[in-house]
Design a protein around this ligand. Structure first.
Ligand SMILES: [Cu+2]
Length: 152
């Protein structure tokens, strides 16, 4: 009887840990180039759209990858201050000059990581730069990317 109680306690602790890990599992946002509207982004591989909304657990790390043909700089418009760090091509956090402008993704495949430490509603947009190469054609006005993150 004692043994099964211990087993149960260990199981319960494991389940709690697993639930906590799942709630704070990392999220991804990928910016792509497209003919109409120039760019959109996709959350966790879901459909691409100019505006995205996501609910995340506190402490979640959101990695943004810029696969567009132009630079994007992440700009926070509202909510608690998010922690933004540029990532090196190795995936490690950039330090020093490479992180002088957190959120600036200025080369193909550049990544920034955003961590949400406080509950609240965070709002972001991006400021797009000039195309890396001339001759990129688009149809219609360029989309303004928008992101709303709700953290409980
Ligand atoms: Cu674009």
């Amino acid at each position: 009887m004692k043994r099964s109680l211990i087993t149960l306690a260990v199981f319960a602790a494991g389940a709690t840990l697993a639930a906590g890990a799942a709630a704070a599992s990392p999220a991804t946002l990928t910016i792509r180039h497209q003919l109409r509207g120039c760019h959109t982004w996709s959350l966790n591989g879901d459909p691409f759209a100019p505006s995205q909304t996501v609910k995340l657990a506190r402490g979640t790390a959101l990695t943004i990858t810029n696969d567009d043909v132009m630079p994007h700089a992440l700009v926070q418009l509202g909510g608690p201050a998010a922690s933004v760090t540029n990532l090196m091509p190795s995936g490690k956090p950039a330090v020093g000059a490479a992180n002088a402008h957190p959120g600036r993704m200025g080369r193909p495949g550049a990544e920034s990581r955003v961590v949400f430490a406080h509950p609240g509603v965070y709002r972001f947009t991006t400021k797009a730069g000039e195309d890396y190469m001339p001759g990129v054609k688009t149809i219609g006005p360029d989309n303004v990317l928008k992101l709303t993150v709700v953290v409980r």
